[in-house]
Design a protein around this ligand. Structure first.
Ligand code: 5AD
Ligand code: SF4
Length: 444
């Protein structure tokens, strides 16, 4: 059995959040600049990058079983791929992975992947390495190659890391302190994305609305300033951003929602719980009421704004009455979309050692009730859109012949038939609503 010397093909498998998707794309570009091509669909790659997520549940076990599966497939094929472990599990448990898994050639953390090419070369010579350094600046963005052709919708990481230390969350430990990428770098990258075909850019950050920088004339800017400047790119048609923290919301960003046409009427604003006691124990530093009041300010400037949130059920000590407060908050908001999770104790976080951990059965039952409410509201939101006319940005072909799939301004999936191409913005009348998508007809 031989280990690939210098890999000729690669595959990146990204798990978890959109930030990992972005990082995965950037790692792919670095590898391609080194002459390593993406493996064809269905073919084994010489180099497999597992771009891991550590946010919930058995993350480390999953990485080991993925490694095991790759080794087994390699044994059957008589050729072992080079395995790279990247992402947040790499950051948190890199040394241990190296020690436990001889099949892993390199471990690279989310702040260090600009060194991936050199590490791949070293691994090809049989030198295994781990790099989980967290530089003070954004070194990893420094020497990235130009973007190749991109989809009509692209991600752009503007901010990374988190200083909030919610008591359940590993992000402050795996992604480090909050850092903003410089304004001019972002404008350059956005212009290149648009040149490469992007029509919509989603600005990414663990606390994206904490982004701060200086514009070309040295004036301090918040995310609203960056959005206003991006909106001036003629071929960029839509701007979104995610994920925000309620405490970093500024009056200026709220105002931008009423003033910048290209900023889409959609806001993902995690709340986690509707109980003030639980929110305090989570160290969220907002209350249910302050969160609702914040949403009202968005609605005042953009009445049609679609709202989305994140929820955790079964945080340690959460009582039935406290969970009911979450359901009440859901009823009060009427979310267009949402993500909800069972609390998962993360090693090293304060909540993991709190008393009164909630049992799995209780969590499952609460999650089912919460998701029923959220699904009901999402369906209601979609039904309320029927009859509206809106722009749809075409992202891909649908399953049926002649069918296309795109997104409405409110991030709903819209299917329609007719004359279109990927990247087109078409005028569609929304005709029929399902729980997860809508059907529309193209207007001439
Ligand atoms: N358990 C469950 N959900 C979590 N999240 C973050 N940490 C945990 C955890 N330990 C959820 C939060 C966050 C989203 C990205 O993941 O809802 O907003
Ligand atoms: Fe985690 Fe809280 Fe930071 Fe979000 S704000 S990344 S939930 S610590």
């Amino acid at each position: 059995m031989t280990q690939t010397a210098s890999p000729k093909t690669y595959r990146v498998k990204s798990f978890g959040c959109q930030m990992n998707v972005y990082d995965g794309e950037r790692m792919g570009e670095l590898l391609e600049a080194q002459g390593i091509a993406p493996a064809a669909e269905g073919e084994d790659a010489d180099l497999v990058v597992l771009n891991t997520c550590h946010i919930r549940e058995k993350a480390t076990e999953k990485v080991y079983s993925d490694i095991g599966r790759l080794v087994k497939a390699g044994r059957e094929a008589g050729r072992q791929p080079m395995i790279a472990v990247a992402g947040c599990v790499a950051q948190a448990e890199g040394e241990e992975i190296m020690a436990r898994s001889p099949a892993v050639g390199l471990v690279v953390g989310p702040q260090a992947y600009h060194r991936l090419p050199g590490m791949v070369e070293a691994a090809a010579r049989g030198e295994r390495s781990t790099d989980t350094d967290m530089p003070e600046n954004n070194a990893k963005f420094g020497a990235l190659p130009a973007r190749r052709k991109v989809n009509p919708t692209a991600f752009l990481t503007v901010q990374e890391g988190c200083d909030k230390f919610c008591t359940y969350c590993v992000v402050p430990y795996t992604r480090g302190a909050e850092i903003s990428r410089p304004f001019s770098d972002l404008m350059d990258e956005a212009a290149r994305l648009v040149d490469a075909g992007a029509r919509e850019i989603t600005l990414l950050g663990q606390n994206v609305n904490a982004w701060e920088g200086e514009n070309a004339s040295g004036h301090a800017q918040g995310l609203d300033g960056l959005i206003r400047e991006l909106a001036k790119l003629p071929d960029l048609q839509r701007i979104r951003y995610t994920t925000s923290h309620p405490n970093d919301m500024t009056e200026a960003l709220i105002a931008a929602h009423g003033e910048v046409d290209k900023l889409m009427p959609y806001l993902h604003l995690p709340v986690q719980s509707g109980s003030d006691r639980v929110l305090k124990a989570m160290n969220r530093s907002h209350t249910a009421d302050s969160y609702l009041a914040l949403l009202d300010r968005f609605r005042a400037v953009r009445p049609d704004i679609a709202l989305s949130g994140d929820f955790i059920v079964g945080f340690p000590g959460e009582t039935e009455a406290e969970f009911d407060e979450t359901l009440a908050l859901v009823d009060a908001v009427g979310y267009a979309a949402a993500f909800s999770f069972k609390y998962s104790p993360r090693p090293g976080t304060p909540a993991a050692s709190m008393d009164q951990q909630v049992t799995r059965e209780v969590m499952e039952e609460r999650l089912a009730r919460l998701q029923a409410a959220l699904n009901r509201d999402q369906f209601a939101f979609n039904r309320a859109s029927v009859g509206k006319t809106c722009d749809v940005l075409v992202e891909r072909r649908g399953k049926l012949p002649g069918q296309w799939l795109g997104k409405s301004p409110w991030l709903q999936s819209v299917f329609f038939e007719g004359d279109a191409a990927i990247g087109d913005m078409v005028r569609v009348q929304l005709a029929e609503a399902g729980p997860n998508s809508l059907r529309g007809t193209v207007l001439a």
